[in-house]
Design a protein around this ligand. Structure first.
Ligand SMILES: *Cc1c(COP(=O)(O)O)cnc(C)c1O
Length: 405
């Protein structure tokens, strides 16, 4: 079965926008994805007809808001095959989710312990562990990659020991598109008894995530990179671990019993969700997940692969273009440099032609330094992009090349 890309595009109002009279070619999907009408409607419907605070079931609207909010949690839970609904904790996004994990594990990390992350890390999954290790007196080990952007699994294995308490890695690299063998890595880390955190910010939008099958302890992602709203995301974690943690924030909704001098904490998920949550955001994210679930995942993968292959072929054929990140297993991202041109200038010239890409360090400064470059230009694809848009990208790049030569 193949994907009807035009029918899919028609569900995204913003994709028919023009920029300076030119059709928008949106190739910045690794930064954030666009939103289908179903998601926009879910948010508007909530504020139009159901707005009330949740879990304060004193009236009809509050009950309805609570029902929709908890249905959204159930949608996300089933989407990633969580063992239980309460293992899904709403967060502001991936960054906050990783910070909550770091807070939860902080008292369990001790001097002499080791934490592992990779050279591929987004700042969110690196700086957090730098800080946590500094506080605990633990050591942060960084797993190297090969020059093609592929993780060095042998080095990964060598760094593992009984001192390793946590292993963190991205499912898919936002900067290079490398897809990591997350199940293999998890199995190896589990052999030394380490906790495993998978940064799924880029992986989740490609579908097929089954957290129980992966075997990790934590899988985190953002709504906005999964066709949902900004300001909402998810921390999935194993119940017995989340339950054992010190609380993250304290306040309303997360308590069981309070006196003037004492308080006890409620059960999951509320235990890790103090205060009035991002109700509309959660409902929007639930709608995004429901929308995504009806798509044919095989067809999506085929289409995404076709986009990347087509773009890669053209990049290889273009004189002076260098692809950064050529791992055999990659998806969605074409990071590149053009001889003699600064990525920011490329981005500017492309923008004048309606082509939106990201330029700069891609929130991965150490990775850029590892390649000896200040940054890249990055085109990132989503399921609604077309081969014609790849042509537009390269037409614009040829223009940029002429102008910057
Ligand atoms: C975007 C991204 C993050 C951070 O997500 P936020 O939504 O900004 O919190 C972390 N890791 C990866 C791999 C990302 O792509």
């Amino acid at each position: 079965m193949s994907l009807d890309v035009n029918a899919l595009r028609a569900q995204f109002p913003i994709l028919s926008k023009t920029v300076d009279g030119k059709p928008l070619v949106y190739l910045d999907n690794a930064a954030t994805t666009q939103k289908p009408q179903a998601v926009i409607d879910a948010i508007v419907d909530f504020y139009t007809g159901t707005n009330a605070n949740v879990h304060r079931g004193a009236h009809h609207l509050s009950d309805e808001a609570t029902r929709r909010y908890e249905n959204a949690r159930a949608s996300v839970a089933s989407f990633i095959n969580a063992g239980a609904r309460e293992e899904v904790i709403w967060t502001a996004g991936t960054t906050e989710a990783i910070n909550i994990v770091a807070n939860g594990l902080s008292q369990l990390l001790a001097e002499g312990d080791e934490v592992m992350a990779t050279e591929l890390e987004h700042h969110a999954n690196l700086v957090t562990w730098q800080q946590a290790c500094r506080k605990a007196g633990a050591t942060l080990n960084i797993v190297p990659i090969f020059d093609n952007g592929e993780l060095d699994i042998e080095a990964f294995e060598k760094l593992l020991s009984d001192k390793t308490k946590l292993v963190a890695f991205p499912h898919v690299s936002n900067a290079l598109g490398t897809v990591n063998p997350i199940k293999v890595l998890t199995e190896k880390a589990k052999r030394v008894g380490a906790w495993v955190l998978v940064d799924g910010a880029q992986g989740i939008a490609h579908g097929g995530v089954d957290v129980q099958d992966i075997g990790c302890d934590f899988y985190v992602f953002s709504g906005h990179k999964l066709f949902g709203p900004t300001g909402i995301g998810c921390l999935w974690g194993k119940k017995e671990i989340l339950e054992s943690w010190p609380v993250w924030q304290v306040g309303g909704e997360m308590i069981k019993d309070v006196s003037y001098h004492e308080a006890t904490w409620g059960a999951l998920p509320n235990r890790l969700e103090a205060g009035t949550p991002n109700i509309a955001g959660a409902i929007g994210m639930g709608a995004a997940v429901e929308w995504f679930k009806q798509l044919d995942i095989e067809a999506l993968h085929e289409h995404e692969t076709a986009l990347l292959n087509y773009a890669t072929e053209q990049a290889e054929a273009l004189d002076g273009m260098r692809i950064v990140g050529t791992a055999p297993n990659k998806i969605g991202v074409l990071s590149f440099l053009l001889d003699g041109a600064h990525p920011a200038d490329i981005g500017f010239i492309l923008d004048r032609q309606g082509v939106a890409i990201r330029t700069g360090d891609n929130c991965a400064q150490p990775l850029m330094k590892r390649f000896g470059i200040p940054g890249t230009a990055r085109a990132s694809f989503s399921i609604y992009n077309t081969l014609e848009e790849v042509d537009s990208l390269f037409a614009a790049l040829k223009k940029a090349k002429m102008m910057l030569a």
